[in-house]
Design a protein around this ligand. Sequence first.
Ligand code: SF4
Ligand code: SF4
Length: 178
Amino acid sequence: MKKSIIFIVILTSIVFALFAVYQINPIRCNNCGRCSNVCDEDAIYYDTNLHKYQIDPELCEDCGDCADECPRNAISQVPVSNELGDITPVTLDVYVFPNPTATKAVFKLISEDKSNSRELVIYNIKGQKVKTLNFNEGTDAVGWDLTDHSGNKVPSGNYLYKYSSSDREISKLLTVIK
Ligand code: SF4
Ligand code: SF4
């Protein structure tokens, strides 16, 4: 009995570590900047449009130093949850940070497929294709600078991002604010 409990605790920890990202709680954060100073990966930046510090999941190496440094306990690992809100591992899903965004967005993919033919398509609310992003082989994150195919910044609004695999398709919303 005890062994099974220990096994479940270890398994839960592993699952949490694999499917969690560091995030800043904007309500607790008072923009002191201490977390940004200790991040060796330069993963924490001040978003001048949102007036908030943000963590770039593409650069974050999950060391936890920022969480230790924060005097307001504003940084924690947040499970990358599926739509039902649990932390059950999923074989395919895609998330975007931050959302809403004013400057850039990073799409993080959870998938066993690491090939170089994976793409994510962004549509505006009229259903027009705005941008196609490609995941490089072996990576699970791709950034978007909020520009369209012509290099122009997209206007404020809701955008649909869609990732397709051979057996499943996922569409979610991202809000751009200026
Ligand atoms: S150290 Fe904490 S309170 Fe200060 S900017 Fe970072 S998250 Fe916000
Ligand atoms: S967990 Fe480490 S790498 Fe990630 S933002 Fe915090 S200090 Fe930087």
